[in-house]
Design a protein around this ligand. Structure first.
Ligand code: ADP
Ligand code: MG
Length: 315
């Protein structure tokens, strides 16, 4: 039915608010233990997509699975397996840090010793030990954000869904969060994280889905943390046949593209400037409205995934 390796599997997802379509025919998969970044400007449909995956919003079309569970029909199984951090704070100012985590841990079904352990570990992971009995109202904005992350961790979920978690954090808090999330990925946690700022996700994510106006306009795989690559790199930009000439003309206008040629699957470009240039290329594609997927030509596993996705053949 669906791949055992895909922890998140989204197929032809649509979300409508009344007659307005906020998410249009979006399909992607997230492999176990990876970090998938959803990037795109405000209003692109990131939050709507993540809410569907968290079981909080019913899609108007398509299906989505988290760990093989249908987010609509098996919502309870989904909720138990995920930690969700929304893009806003709840108002619980009168609770202490400990009470807040106990409340949400309880909602996830934790009791007794398991609840106490979950609370202690979550507080430790976000370094709020000294604020354990402080009221939330007295915390700084960055501390509140960390507490909110702890809430998503308290039941040790296999999948973390984080909607713009870095907003409101200072640079140090952001670095600490990235470090924490990296440790969790090493431990086998799968992470989906959104941001309207691509650079915020560069240190963490290895695969990026780029959304604009409700559509997934590109998926970009990055080598594992290898930001030191500065040599020219060849990429295959997969495009539809209809878009090929337009993509070729666009590619030749991008400053960091040193060479471009039309090939059977799309357009092949040589990029100078390493991963920064690759990110800029994706940004430029979004701005120009070019629909591409962008696997590094050497990453055959990623490439296969993208090719399946672009043909809509997720099985
Ligand atoms: N509850 C809602 N009712 C009507 N429109 C909504 C609602 N939530 C979001 N939208 C609209 O859907 C689009 C996508 O929103 P959202 O998923 O929040 O995007 P993003 O997280 O990328 O900023 C936006 O145009 C937004 O105004
Ligand atoms: Mg949002």
């Amino acid at each position: 039915m669906h791949s055992g390796e895909a922890v998140v599997d989204v197929r032809n997802l649509c979300v409508a608010y009344g007659t307005f379509e906020a998410v249009k025919d979006v399909s992607f998969t997230v492999a176990r233990g990876s970090a998938f970044g959803l990037v795109g400007p405000n209003g692109a449909g990131k939050t709507s997509t993540l809410k569907v995956l968290a079981g909080l919003l019913r899609p108007s079309g398509g299906v989505a699975f988290v760990q093989g569970h249908d987010v609509v029909r098996e919502r309870n199984d989904v909720v138990r397996n995920i930690g969700y951090m929304a893009d806003f704070f709840g108002v619980y100012d009168y609770l202490t840090v400990r009470e807040y985590l106990a409340f949400f841990g309880g909602m996830y079904g934790l009791t007794g010793g398991a609840l106490e352990t979950g609370i202690r570990e979550a507080i430790g992971m976000v370094a709020l030990e000294t604020k354990r009995d402080a009221r939330i109202a007295t915390l700084s904005r960055g501390m509140k954000q960390r507490l909110y992350l702890a809430r998503a961790l308290v039941h040790r979920p296999a999948v973390l869904i984080l909607d713009e978690p870095a907003s409101g954090m200072d640079p140090r808090g952001r670095d600490e969060m990235v470090r924490l999330l990296k440790t969790m990925i090493e431990g086998g946690t799968t992470i989906m994280i959104s941001s309207h700022i691509l650079d915020e996700l560069r240190d963490l994510c290895t695969v990026f889905g780029v959304m604009e106006a409700g559509r997934l306009v590109g998926v970009h795989g990055l080598h594992d943390g290898d930001a030191s690559i500065t040599a020219d790199v060849r990429y295959l930009l997969s495009t539809s046949v209809a878009e090929r000439e337009r993509a070729f003309s666009w590619a030749r206008t991008v400053a960091t593209v040193t060479q471009a040629e039309v090939v059977p699957d799309g357009v092949c470009v040589t990029l100078a400037g390493g991963d920064d240039a690759a990110c800029a290329l994706v940004r430029s594609a979004v701005e120009a409205g070019i629909r591409i997927s962008l696997p590094r030509a050497t990453a055959s596993d990623l490439k296969d995934m993208f090719l399946r996705m672009t043909k809509g053949e997720l099985s």
